[in-house]
Design a protein around this ligand. Structure first.
Ligand code: ADP
Ligand code: MG
Length: 236
């Protein structure tokens, strides 16, 4: 597999073309941003941890019937993935009120939601990733109704699989963000990443935050938190 030109540099990853027209290489960076890019920094070895954690969890999901873009981990920071056209939505799944939902609904952070909440945001940095509903998604032709139904069912299934799995290592899955894409043959697959950058992970017993909120909120200890997640998931 040959790494070719840089296609896109995002906030957390670089995406490279390869000699296979249906595959990209994702290269995870240590750069961290928050508050829609306003706060910038780095978290030492975050790229390595997010690459490993994402692939570990995507393998688990594949094993449980959720198709993903994962092809093969190539190195510490690089993974070969299926090239997809990203559906421009952040699909957010929430089990416990935190972050923007806690603020929006006036709920104390940590309130257990009586039902899982699914949210969609339009993935557009310039607009600040505004929340949209099914009507907006259809009106904007982001995907078809059938595709959105499939995405929603995958998101809820992913929530069940991950929640169950993480329970065993004393991690509560508070909420998380997913991105889906469409392969060349039109199949919807889970893309992007699943990591402490994109999930809220709390220690089940102490409720200690083991995710990017430590960086967002200037709490400190983000490097150790990311390491702790890697250790609990992969025993490293
Ligand atoms: P951003 O700053 O837009 O969040 P990231 O730093 O997370 O970007 O870089 C990854 C970019 O690559 C994202 O825009 C994401 O939607 C996109 N992406 C993720 N997986 C794939 C894939 N399999 N094919 C094409 N694009 C992808
Ligand atoms: Mg991203």
């Amino acid at each position: 597999m040959e790494k070719r030109e840089l296609l896109y540099e995002g906030k957390a990853k670089k995406v490279f073309k390869t000699d296979d027209e249906n595959a990209y290489i994702v290269d995870y960076k240590d750069d961290a941003t928050a508050l829609n890019g306003l706060k910038k920094g780095t978290i030492h070895d975050k790229g390595i941890i997010n690459n490993r954690v994402t692939n570990h969890l995507m393998k688990l999901l594949e094993k449980n019937g959720v198709p993903t873009h994962l092809i093969k981990e190539l190195s510490d920071r690089e993974t070969l993935v299926k090239k997809v056209t990203i559906v421009p939505l952040e699909v957010i799944v929430r089990n416990v009120a935190a972050g923007s939902l806690a603020k929006r609904l006036g709920l104390p952070e940590g309130t257990v939601l009586s039902k899982t909440v699914l949210e969609y945001c339009y993935k557009d940095d310039a607009l600040g990733d505004p929340m949209v509903n099914e009507y907006h998604i259809m009106a904007m032709n982001f995907c078809t109704k059938e595709e959105l139904d499939l995405i929603a069912s995958y998101a809820l299934k992913i929530n069940e699989i991950l929640t169950d799995y993480l329970k065993d290592v004393n991690i509560s899955l508070i909420d998380f963000k997913l991105e889906f894409g469409k392969t060349a043959d039109g199949t919807i697959v889970l893309a992007d990443e699943i990591s402490p950058d994109t999930c809220r992970f709390w220690d089940t017993v102490t409720h200690e935050k083991l995710d990017k909120d430590r960086f967002r909120r200037d709490m400190g200890g983000e490097e150790d938190a990311y390491k702790e997640i890697l250790a609990r998931l992969l025993g490293e």
